[in-house]
Design a protein around this ligand. Structure first.
Ligand SMILES: [Zn+2]
Length: 277
């Protein structure tokens, strides 16, 4: 789809499942199940969403999915259904991996960064790309707290380091004209969202600040957030701009994008485009 002079493509490596309660934190199930239907194990589907932004100044891939190297135990726990890969998804858009200039990782949890490459095999999936990570995320991923160390896979982090392609950012940065990284923290210490702007139109890849339907509501933050108060504060700031300036929103784990409107009681995400129309 077009956004001003840019071309945006929503890509996906497949799906996995996660406990619904964890995705909505303190929100009672009676409320969140109106937004997404849990299965018999109380799990909800999460898309491994990625966004390709092609701009006159360069091409940016946001996120890299779970990738092929995830430990078998994760496949079992999260019921991972990998139906595609970064390379296949780029090919569908007519973009070669060599043409990607930046891969932005909103954070380093395994479901966002694992597809960056194959340790000891092919190397980094886009050989010419810089891998952009927030400096706070990088430091934390090296030494996570026991509560969330399962979300970081040391081999993936090592692979990024050894690639020599790591680009750390420590403040909000425009890596290319119209591609701005905004630190939110909250979900993880160095979580960022990506704000895309061309010819006055704006879009946002929201990562895990808005992961699933319902997460656009201010207090509906994830139970596994590192700092839920920081998530709420960051979301509050963004929500206002998202609504007022009619940003096209790409949630971190849905097969569709949409616009957020001020609903009767809560902000609501209205779907605008989908992977599987
Ligand atoms: Zn995630």
């Amino acid at each position: 789809m077009k956004l001003g002079d840019f071309c945006l493509d929503l890509l996906s490596e497949g799906r996995f499942k996660f406990d619904g309660g964890v995705m909505y934190g303190a929100v009672p199930k009676k409320l969140w199940e109106k937004c997404i239907c849990p299965d018999e194990d109380n799990c909800v589907p999460l898309e491994m969403s990625m966004l390709l932004a092609r701009t006159p100044a360069g091409n940016v891939l946001i996120e890299a999915g779970i990738g092929p190297n995830c430990p078998p135990k994760y496949h079992k726990i999260y019921k991972i259904e990998r139906t595609s890969s970064v390379k296949e998804e780029l090919k569908k858009c007519g973009c070669s991996p060599e043409d990607v200039d930046y891969i932005v990782l909103t954070h380093l949890h395994f479901d966002h960064s694992g597809g960056i490459g194959s340790p000891g095999r092919e190397g980094i999936v886009c050989p010419n790309a810089k891998i952009v990570v927030h400096e706070k995320e990088w430091r934390y991923a090296r030494n996570p707290h026991i509560r969330d160390d399962g979300a970081y896979i040391a081999e993936d982090i090592d692979m990024i380091e050894k690639s020599g392609k790591l680009m750390l950012v420590s403040e909000d940065t425009e890596i290319l004209p119209g591609i701005k990284l905004v630190h939110t923290g909250g979900h993880s210490p160095g979580h960022m969202v990506v704000v895309v702007e061309s010819s006055g139109e704006k879009a946002c890849f929201a990562g895990d600040i808005i992961s699933l339907p319902g997460n656009e509501r201010l207090l509906w933050v994830l139970g596994l957030d590192y700092d839920p108060i920081e998530s709420i504060d960051a979301k509050q700031k963004l929500l206002q701009q998202m609504i007022e300036e009619k940003w096209l929103i790409f949630p971190g784990h849905t097969p569709y994008c949409g616009y957020i409107i001020e609903g009767e009681k809560y902000p609501e995400l209205i779907r605008a485009g989908s992977l599987r129309l």
